[in-house]
Design a protein around this ligand. Structure first.
Ligand code: ADP
Ligand code: ZN
Length: 605
């Protein structure tokens, strides 16, 4: 069983070996048994149904809700020489008939189809006349009513087990939630399926969190390490998305906006450019991302807080699908904390829901403030026991320092108390710093005993202290009032000096700390830069000619291997990971010509 599978991996995909549980999954499905696959983004789920489809007689039917993605998936397979097609509402009648003919003649290895189309009686009857290798149910969490991606059509997929009892089914998802897993097995009638659960670690993503001081400046500094590379910048509001994209363009960085308020045409154009051109920064609300299957997204930067740990994991997970080093940067400050709490308080959702959301936000905020390994905590949240420091997150790379904030906290708390517990952070800090501005004088706060007692710290430090005390519940914001700071039950022991507070000193540095070549097999040294650039140009030219994305020709990692190993013959080129038979035939000559020319130059100089 494994030998033919490995042969396909080598010759069709050009990869030397299977990753993680791929081989076991392919064996199970290849033998006609059902499987439930939980694997993080970038883990290599596609091969788990593509290879069994190639191994087994008949066509593999891939059910996916992401219609916009089907063209790309099929293009990708065509590049590998695999016979694939899709059926969805974007096809006209003639195109549809053509695909049906191919199916009946047994000319397809893979067919992508949307669930609503698959479940039409006509389609089901039609498929009963075809030989079927398997059903792959991608994004299987869409069947879970608890999840945020629930699709009603997915519920109907349970009938596949009755209509096609002899066709193996494999359900796949990257969703971490334990409750969702059980629901998938239940609703898709996969109770006898073998489970393949991979951990949720994304080892190539470096997690980085910094206190927001001057978001634009911090972002720009971060982007310095990512010149010419693709990434996503998430903002909370549409307005901020547009302003940030415009500003980045002024700074000489090609950035495009994306949010639900843009016209469908503009959204589509921007998304397409992001996929097809090299090195575009997408500035977006969370409306962007679902089904973005771009492997070379090098960073995801959050300029505003995500909603929960789940959202954070999902949004940052769009970085580094190709396994190459990537960074997730999150900037957050006091303002974000107040705003998120305010949004929750003023929503008219049921109280139970709000309590749940508040808990999720608090968990995320606690994670932001932590001084231990971020990856370990993130994975623990999803039930994975990592059990060590990762060495690839900001707290591991530069362990944060703490300071004794007990006295400062006492000053702050008494200042809040004496000014009547109804003023916000800005005014409170003004009093502490002894600023006799208009508002301070208007309320006579220059006469308070706490006026000017905080000159030992700067404004940023005070704001950081307020933020941390808020997150830990030592103070609260009166969101129903005017956002005034108030004391809580927990304030008392601090004021009485019964507990000592060791708080984190904020990190504001946003230099991409990831040791960028950490997870790379090979790195391009400066002398190889010209060759590397020439290879990229060659890829770009081919991609444009074919109307496909550059990464569909070859991934960065493959080009990098070419630059380092400089294969001069077809058989040497075939040894490069990512070069299979079909790509060798189509592009081998072009890339060999580039290598020969440039390598010649290198030898002479
Ligand atoms: P997922 O769907 O789980 O997010 P994909 O199937 O898109 O992941 O795979 C992610 C990337 O990893 C793809 O570019 C794929 O070609 C690559 N890949 C998958 N399996 C292997 C492997 N065994 N060796 C090398 N690269 C692989
Ligand atoms: Zn770590």
């Amino acid at each position: 069983m494994t030998a033919p599978a490995l042969h396909i991996l080598n010759t069709v995909y050009g990869y030397p070996q299977f990753r993680g549980q791929q081989a076991a999954i392919i064996e199970t499905v290849g033998q006609g048994r059902d499987a439930l696959v939980l694997m993080p983004t970038g883990g290599g789920k596609s091969l788990c149904y593509q290879i069994p489809s190639l191994l087994r007689p008949g066509v593999g039917i891939v059910v996916s809700p992401l219609i916009a993605l089907m063209q790309d998936q099929v293009d990708n397979l065509h590049q590998l020489g695999v016979r694939a097609a899709f059926l969805n509402s974007s096809l006209d009648m003639d195109a549809q008939r053509a695909v049906e003919q191919q199916l009946l003649r047994g000319e397809l290895d893979l067919l992508y189809i949307a669930p609503e189309r698959l479940l039409q009686p006509r389609t089901l009857q039609f498929l009963e006349r075809c030989e079927l290798a398997l059903f792959a149910i991608d994004e299987a969490h869409c069947v879970a009513q608890w999840g945020h991606d629930f699709r009603k059509d997915y519920l109907g997929l349970s009938l596949l087990s009755e209509r096609f009892p002899n066709v193996p089914r494999v359900a796949l998802t990257a969703t971490a939630d334990i409750r969702t897993r059980a629901e998938i097995a239940e609703r898709l009638q996969l109770r006898d399926a073998e489970w393949f659960v991979s951990g949720f670690d994304r080892p190539n993503i470096c997690y980085q969190v910094a206190a927001k001081v001057d978001a634009r400046k911090q972002l720009l500094k971060f982007l310095d390490s990512y010149r010419g590379q693709a990434g996503i910048v998430y903002c909370l509001s549409r307005k901020k998305v547009e302003a940030t994209a415009e500003w980045l363009n002024e700074q000489g960085i090609t950035a495009l906006p994306y949010h639900a308020g843009l016209s469908p045409i503009l959204r589509e154009t921007n998304q397409r450019r992001f996929l097809r051109e090299d090195g575009i920064v997408m500035v977006a609300t969370i409306a962007f991302g679902m089904g973005i299957d771009k492997p070379d997204v090098r960073f995801v930067a959050h300029l505003d807080l995500p909603k929960s740990m789940e959202a954070y994991y999902q949004e940052t997970g769009r970085a580094g699908r190709d396994g190459e080093p990537a960074t997730a940067l999150l900037l957050y400050g006091l303002q974000d904390v107040v705003r998120m709490k305010d949004m929750l308080a003023s929503s008219d959702a049921p109280e139970q829901f709000k309590r749940q959301e508040r808990h999720k936000l608090d968990t995320l905020l606690g994670w932001c403030e932590m001084i231990d390994c971020r990856r370990e905590a993130l994975l623990a949240y999803f039930g994975d026991d990592y059990g060590r420091r990762c060495g690839n997150c900001d707290t591991c790379l530069t362990p944060p320092k703490t300071w004794d904030a007990t006295q400062a906290a006492q000053k702050l708390l008494s200042c809040i108390y004496r000014s009547g517990q109804r003023f916000g952070a800005a005014h409170t800090v003004d009093i502490l710093l002894g600023k006799s501005n208009e508002k301070v004088l208007q309320y006579g706060h220059e006469k308070l005993s706490t006026f000017g007692i905080g000159k030992g710290l700067g404004e940023q430090q005070w704001r950081s202290l307020i933020r941390q005390l808020l997150i830990r519940g030592f103070i609260e914001v009166d969101v129903q009032g005017f956002g005034g700071l108030r004391l809580t039950e927990q304030s008392r022991p601090v004021l009485r000096g019964e507990i000592a507070l060791a708080l984190r000193i904020d990190t504001v540095d946003t230099n991409a700390r990831a040791q960028r070549s950490r997870n790379r097999l090979v790195d391009v040294t400066p002398e190889l830069e010209p060759l590397w650039r020439a290879l990229r140009d060659c890829r770009k030219r081919i991609a444009e000619e074919q109307g496909i994305a550059p990464f569909m020709v070859f991934h960065d990692a493959t080009l990098r291997l070419m630059a380092v190993e400089q294969p001069l013959t077809e058989s040497a080129l075939l040894h490069i990971s990512g070069v299979g038979q079909s790509k060798l035939e189509h592009y081998g000559a072009a890339f060999l010509a580039v290598i020969r020319e440039q390598a010649g130059d290198l030898a002479i100089s």
